[in-house]
Design a protein around this ligand. Sequence first.
Ligand SMILES: [Zn+2]
Length: 350
Amino acid sequence: MDIEEKVKLIRENLDKEIKSVQSTNDLSNLKVKYLGKKGCVTELTHDMANLSIEEKKEIGRISNELKSRVDAIFSECEEALKNKELEKKIASEKIDITLPSTKISVGSANILEKLIEEMEELFVSMGYDVVEGPEVEKDLYNFELLNLPKGHPARDAQDTFYTYESTLLLRSQTSPVQIRTMLKNKDKTPLRVICPGKTYRRDDDDATHSHQFTQIEGLLVDKNVSLADLKGTFDVVAKKFFGEERKTRFRPSFYPFTEPSVELDISCFNCEGKGCSICKGTGWITVGGAGIVNHNVLDNCGYDSTVWSGFAFGFGAERLAMLKYGISDIRTFYTNDLRIKDNFDRKDND
Ligand SMILES: [Zn+2]
């Protein structure tokens, strides 16, 4: 076969084979087949030892022409492949902006936790410390040192969960944390603390009662503390949580650990004092209890009550949240229903 026929055959084969190239890998295999060391184009110039210079020149020219042509075909093919792959990539990355988006569910804090945090921030800004204590508590701290000795009738008001040991119980109030804090303060310096936490009572669960609920109690011990100081502090809380225009009032009450004791009322935020179902027609809503710390409690905890005085207050966190967010069922706080969470989030963002 002479050189012209070989070149013709190579070109015919290449024209056929280039059509079946689908990928850059196919192309590079084909390149080796034609232009590699043992490729059919390269081999054209082998075995030229017995040829004349003229013949060598001629074969060199023909083989160079073929090589250029083959190079051009490969470049063309490579370009086409690149374009094809780019088109494929663009198609796969195409975003249809008319499609509805996937709804992402974002987690958020429980509304009760948010309220407790807000309360903590408020009191910390007034120089209070946040303190915590155990939920399984000694009778001594939950009752006795709080001026509620064994057999005291006021113990009945707090239906308590006792453990198999009658000296241990699930705390029925967060007041034992105040007792612990006062006892721990060996130097008997002034104190300002709030104690938020879970408390437990043997209540039947219904819309407004739960066997577990959350108290936020506070205690201030210093010299010459009066009800006026308590009133000023309560005013700040009422305005922060229920609006700047809130009025506050004290109503006489009874707690064994405070004397005098008061109920903490705010002017109704719903009817502005005219009377509605939330305030039961009175224009006032009770949001907590408070008083001047009973001298027995101070003495029990090593604070000389002839020198020291203080006030204490307590709020039901659930009650505050129910009033603030218009929630009618206390059990709402303890369910895992995400629809309720979403609803709170919406209210919060309004
Ligand atoms: Zn009202």
